[in-house]
Structures are given as C-alpha cells and as structure tokens.
Design a protein around this ligand. Structure first.
Ligand SMILES: CC(C)(COP(=O)(O)OP(=O)(O)OC[C@H]1O[C@@H](n2cnc3c(N)ncnc32)[C@H](O)[C@@H]1OP(=O)(O)O)[C@@H](O)C(=O)NCCC(=O)NCCS
Length: 158
C-alpha cells in the first residue's frame, strides 16, 4: 500500500468507475450511478490526492484498491470486484484509521452507499442518519451517514 501521486489520477478514476458500474448496477438507478461518477471526477480525485491522505493498493502494476482520508472524513473506498472479500477493504480502512488516530481525529465519519453499508458495519461504524438525494428524472439516491469513535484499538474485528 502506498500514498497516491497526482499521476495516478486517471488509473484511480478507471478503478473507481469500473467498480461503481460492477457493484451498483441493479442496486441503484442509472441516474444515481451517473451522480456517483460525476462526484468522483478527475478534479475532485486530484484535489484529495493533494490535500488528503489518499492510499492505493497495487498488485503488480495494477491498481486494485483505494481510500482517502480528508480531515475526519473517509471517502472513495473502492476495491476492484475481482479482489473483493479478501480483506483488502479492511486493510485500506485500517490505514486511514491509523492516520486519523495520528492526526488526533476523535470521530471518523463517512457516507456509505447501500452496497458498502454492511462492510462499514462490520468495521464498527455506526449509522447516524439515512439520507436521500434527488437525482435526475425524479430518481432517488439513498445512503447512510456513519461514524466511528477513534481509539487505539481499531475495532472489534481487528
Ligand atoms: C465495500 C468494499 C470497499 C469492501 O471491500 P472488500 O475488500 O470486499 O472488504 P473486506 O474483504 O476487507 O471485508 C471486510 C469485512 O466486511 C465484510 N463485508 C465486505 N463487503 C461486504 C458486503 N457487501 N456485505 C456484507 N459484509 C461485507 C466482510 O465480510 C468482512 O468481514 P469480516 O472481517 O468479518 O470477515 C468493496 O466491496 C467495494 O469497493 N465495493 C464497491 C463500493 C461502491 O461501489 N460504492 C458505491 C459508490 S460510492
């Protein structure tokens, strides 16, 4: 695992878009999928690489996972579908939580999509609220605001 560099931005975006397409189809309407992608445009990813703590996981030359911490907010956690359920998402989150603890963050927060909600629950995040954004064509995008209190022990399953 290493910190992302600005030159990783296009490959990161490709990983993110392909993962969204694979994991969200059938769960979210296509208008919500478009919204997810627009929110993760090149400029936003680049800003977070420069301002935040953006981690990437590689397998050989292939980029297979990523996650970013910006202040107390964990965002853009994605693992290539071929490598999911192998503990990699947890590894990325642990890296972000370690950074948060070093930065004296007391409570980490994140937005969880329907497809990632159980993952964050498994890592000890608690639901604060359910949110709905109206996207195009009157479609809804449902997600959860979640938080976790930071202590040195990173959670029940670590
Ligand atoms: C969510 C995601 C990051 C999880 O990564 P992962 O590498 O598969 O997760 P891990 O293998 O590290 O799993 C960690 C724990 O969470 C649990 N978990 C992971 N995904 C889960 C799921 N979909 N449902 C239930 N539990 C899940 C695992 O069982 C594991 O529990 P354990 O520690 O008791 O074994 C990954 O599935 C992903 O990128 N999903 C797509 C995200 C997305 O498209 N979001 C929408 C746009 S924002």
């Amino acid at each position: 695992m290493r910190a992302a560099k600005p030159e990783d931005v296009e490959e990161l975006k490709k990983l993110i878009y392909e993962t969204i397409d694979s994991c969200c189809s059938g769960v979210y309407p296509c208008e919500a999928i478009d919204y997810f992608k627009e929110y993760r445009n090149t400029q936003n990813i680049l800003n977070d690489i420069l301002k935040g703590h953006c981690l990437i996981l590689t397998c050989g030359r292939e980029l297979i996972g990523t996650g970013t911490l910006l202040s107390s907010n964990a965002r853009r956690i994605f693992v290539n579908p071929l490598y999911q359920k192998m503990g990699l998402g947890k590894r990325i989150m642990r890296g972000l939580e370690e950074k948060a603890i070093k930065e004296k963050v007391r409570i980490m927060d994140l937005d969880a999509s329907l497809v990632a909600y159980s993952f964050y629950r498994a890592l000890g995040y608690q639901t604060q609220s359910e949110e709905i954004i109206q996207v195009k064509n009157g479609q809804n995008l449902r997600y959860y605001k979640m938080v976790k209190k930071m202590v040195k022990n990173l959670g029940p399953r670590n």
